[in-house]
Design a protein around this ligand. Structure first.
Ligand SMILES: C[S@@+](CC[C@H](N)C(=O)[O-])C[C@H]1O[C@@H](n2cnc3c(N)ncnc32)[C@H](O)[C@@H]1O
Length: 229
């Protein structure tokens, strides 16, 4: 699949009215939370921005939502750093605040469209990547918007350091099966794959995200794959 046009998102500075989240983004959380206008200046410099050694592993969560996994991962993996990517202001700010509340100093978040990730990260800058319950875009004309399309996965692959992995979870079996075909077109190796994460060998090491809790309460099976570079 060829690269689609770079998606444009509205600029924070041009919003007609600030709200409590945009104000936090541009004021008290400015050193840890980046708008789409400020994020590109961090390209190649995320470890420095977060304040960790250049040898520290730097992970990325795409679509943090309310930040349950973001805060969990950052607090369990204090020897690593974590960047959270979000389009929406409220979850962006919720995620960084949740991580701060549990004492994490190894984190940053940024508002950015995932498809433009190569504008804010250098090749090889990222270690492990987490994509949990991305929008499934199930209408027939929309699969090109999926975060698991081949060209986007290939872009992430290029931004990851060798030896890194990518975890992907979804409630949508249809999206998952489509993604498996896309993955075949990329250089990733499949380490583990299941259509029913919670009844698989991986269940004991799984952390249940905000959206995952909802799907589980509805009895939906969770699809999971770990890819490695
Ligand atoms: C369904 S929620 C899942 C949230 C969380 N990962 C979880 O499992 O609870 C998907 C999140 O991804 C964000 N998102 C969607 N498309 C995105 C994109 N292109 N770039 C960055 N974030 C995106 C949405 O704003 C939303 O918060």
């Amino acid at each position: 699949m060829n690269r689609p046009l770079r998606p444009l998102i509205n600029k924070t500075s041009l919003l007609p009215r600030p709200n409590e989240y945009t104000l936090a983004l541009e004021n008290e959380l400015k050193h840890l939370a980046f708008s789409e206008e400020r994020a590109p200046a961090n390209k190649g410099l995320w470890r420095k921005v977060i304040g960790v050694e250049s040898s520290t592993s730097l992970d990325l969560e795409i679509g943090t939502g309310n930040g349950l996994f973001f805060a969990h991962h950052a607090s369990q993996m204090k020897q690593r750093a974590l960047v959270g990517l979000e389009l929406k202001y409220k979850p962006l700010i919720q995620s960084i605040r949740r991580a701060q509340r549990v004492g994490c100093k190894n984190v940053a978040v940024t508002r950015y469209h995932a498809f433009n990730l190569d504008e804010i990260f250098e090749p090889g800058e990222i270690n492990n990547v987490f994509i949990h319950f991305p929008d499934p875009w199930t209408s027939p004309k929309k699969p090109k918007n999926r975060l698991t399309n081949a060209w986007f996965l290939e872009m992430i692959h290029g931004l990851q350091a060798p030896g890194s992995y990518l975890n992907f979870k979804t409630d949508s079996r249809e999206m998952f099966e489509w993604s498996l075909e896309e993955i075949k077109q990329t250089p990733y190796k499949v380490e583990f794959q299941t259509f029913d994460l919670h009844h698989s060998d991986w269940s004991s090491q799984n952390f249940t995200t905000g959206f995952e809790k909802i799907f589980i309460s509805q009895g939906v099976q969770i699809n999971f794959i770990r890819l490695s570079k």
